[in-house]
Design a protein around this ligand. Structure first.
Ligand code: ADP
Ligand code: MG
Length: 588
């Protein structure tokens, strides 16, 4: 995903060469189509590659843009430059409605829904009299700017590719920002993102809108370039082809969109000439070749062609330009010894199973409280009830004196409770620093447009400075620019703690932070926890590992079969025959 800013210079150079070299018109025309495809594919990178939302229906949005401007310019005489905002507005309304209807769907339902709207819009376009039915609309005028004809050839080339470059650059900027990190966190479910305070549905809708608007922009250009529109380029087949191009190019990379559009179009042209000659009869044989290519690609190069380039490009360490940034404001913290969390007789029923039965305990500021118990005792469930991932069946949870029962995890995070996960949840293709900066999401304001226009620099510097500070705080300062996916288990867990700390929490919830760690890593973790406590942090530690818990906790809460077995000082608990029986009974 690493955005290569210098790829843009290479691209600009190539584009400039194309513009000045005496290339035949045929090639300019082909490049114009590639530019149009690229715009749609750029949207798909964001939608499918970044957010994990697969769409076969982008061609329909291209159609809205194309038919919109075709009908308007032919029937109202409006200038194409005026129809552009109208077409984009129309697309935004359609996309918003579709997003609200479909984006809550999970699994296969979303792709199926995109197929459904792709099909229905195609038949709609083909059956409306005003849109010329399947014959479409003809005689659309070309584009001109200040009397300069940019409807065809090099003029259109300059316009379309300027837009491609601008959009690509905007996306590169977006992905390297607060909003971009939030978007990149959507692919692996919403649990972690919501816990970091990211409004996931809102971001999905924004992404969906951006992708639809890029498709509509492509359609608007297409209509004025072709001068005619009919339904076939906007049908499901083309929707599948856009996805095909993007996947072949590299759906996770901005430059993958351009690579895919370019190579697919060139290959298609060559095959259309070559294959009938080879086989001896005419027909759409290229479709068969494409099918085979796609299957091979998915098997051997699932990240697309650009990933091949990406891996071979040098990875210069990121320039640290945030060292002098202002510190982010911090929330007021509870005074030492003040009650931070009060769990009052909470209960959780899963059908007939009472997983958590009237559990009560409290955590005071500056304390590490351990929640222990054998497997299946209800520790994780308790943890999820407190952090808002699960809804309480009964009871109440007071955080800093106020009830947080019924609040969603995002709202609880905003109040200053931050957590880690029993199974590490991170974005493997982001650096450690970026992963940790996601934890500071709620401490920033700048949104998508500011990021695209690079108007977010000072806030970005503040967020990255904070991320670096938290990583250094837990001894991870040497790993800032490593890809998170390359870390060993121990550092991964520490990274999650740094991410949680980045939200400036008043209470830190850790779910089995020692799981899967080696002896040395456990000792390092214990040191980190003690150091955090020394700095005034309050921690709830859910843990299976008795030695760690005995080592660092001030107070232990022991659960068994969903109920409270005992609680007290670790030394006391260690002596308890009840606890010994519970542990001996299940562990040995
Ligand atoms: P622990 O974290 O202490 O190992 P859990 O809180 O994960 O225990 O589980 C407590 C009990 O609740 C177990 O019997 C488990 O099978 C059950 N349980 C946990 N989550 C669910 C769920 N989502 N649906 C049904 N049962 C669950
Ligand atoms: Mg558990």
């Amino acid at each position: 995903m690493q955005a290569r800013r210098y790829a843009i210079w290479a691209l600009l150079l190539v584009l400039l060469l194309v513009a000045v070299l005496p290339l035949p018109d045929f090639w300019i025309t082909q490049l114009n189509y590639i530019g149009l495809y690229s715009l749609v594919c750029l949207g798909l990178v964001l939608l499918t590659g970044v957010a994990g939302l697969t769409s076969f229906g982008q061609a329909a949005f291209v159609g809205i843009g194309a038919y919109g401007t075709a009908w308007l310019t032919l029937n109202t005489g409006l200038s194409p430059w005026l129809t552009l905002p109208i077409c984009l507005g129309l697309t935004a309304i359609c996309a918003l409605l579709l997003a609200l209807l479909t984006l809550r769907m999970s699994g296969h339902y979303l792709p199926l829904a995109t197929i459904a709207w792709g099909l229905s819009l195609y038949y709609l376009m083909g059956n409306i009299d005003a849109l010329g039915k399947y014959d479409g609309l003809m005689g659309i005028r070309g584009l001109s700017l200040f009397g300069w004809d940019i409807g065809q050839g090099r003029g259109f080339f300059a316009l379309s590719w300027a837009l491609v470059v601008l959009v690509a650059l905007a996306l590169v900027h977006l992905l390297d920002s607060r909003a971009g990190r939030a978007m990149r966190s959507l692919r692996n479910g919403t649990l972690m993102a919501e816990a970091m305070g990211v409004p996931t549905l809102r971001y999905k809708i924004i992404i969906f809108l951006i992708a639809a608007l890029l498709a509509a922009l492509s359609g608007w250009l297409f209509a004025h370039f072709q001068r005619t529109v009919n339904p076939s380029p906007f049908g499901l087949k083309m929707g599948i082809e856009y996805l095909f191009m993007t996947v072949v190019g590299g759906v996770g990379y901005v430059w993958g969109a351009l690579t895919g559009a370019l190579l697919t179009k060139l290959l298609e042209d060559q095959l259309q000439v070559l294959l009938p000659r080879l086989i001896g009869t005419s027909g759409s044989f290229e479709v068969i070749v494409f099918g085979i290519v796609l299957v091979l690609m998915l098997k051997y190069l699932p990240d697309g062609l650009w990933s091949f380039v990406e891996k071979r490009l040098p990875r210069p360490p990121r320039k640290v330009d945030w060292a002098g940034a202002a510190a982010l404001p911090e929330r007021s913290k509870p005074a030492h010894g003040e009650c931070v969390l009060e769990v009052q007789a909470i209960r959780k029923k899963f059908g007939g199973l009472l997983a958590v039965n009237d559990i009560s305990f409290r955590i005071d500021a500056g304390q590490i409280v351990g929640l222990i118990g054998p497997n299946g005792a209800g520790k994780s469930t308790t943890f999820n009830l407190i952090s808002g991932v699960l809804a309480l069946t009964a009871g109440d949870v007071l955080f800093r004196g106020q009830s947080i029962a019924g609040l969603r995890s995002r709202a609880i995070a905003a109040r200053g409770m931050s957590r880690t996960f029993q199974h590490v949840k991170m974005i493997p293709d982001m650096t450690v620093l970026e992963n940790v900066a996601l934890g500071a999401h709620l401490r920033g304001r700048k949104g998508v447009l500011a990021a695209m226009a690079r108007l977010n620099r000072s806030e970005e510097q503040q967020l990255l400075r904070e991320a670096q500070r938290q990583l250094e705080r837990i001894g991870m300062g040497a790993h800032l620019h490593e890809l998170a996916g390359n870390l060993a288990m121990g550092p991964q867990r520490l990274m999650e703690i740094a991410r949680a700390l980045c939200s400036d929490p008043a209470l830190l919830l850790l779910d089995e932070p020692a799981a899967g760690l080696r002896h040395q890593e456990k000792k390092a973790l214990a040191d980190v926890l003690r150091q955090l406590r020394a700095q005034g942090m309050s921690i709830l530690l859910v843990e299976h590992d008795m030695s760690l818990v005995m080592d660092v906790c001030d107070h232990l809460v022991v659960m068994e079969f969903g109920t409270l077995l005992t609680e007290g000082h670790p030394a006391q608990v260690r002596q308890s025959p009840l606890v010994r029986a519970a542990y001996l009974g299940t562990e040995h």
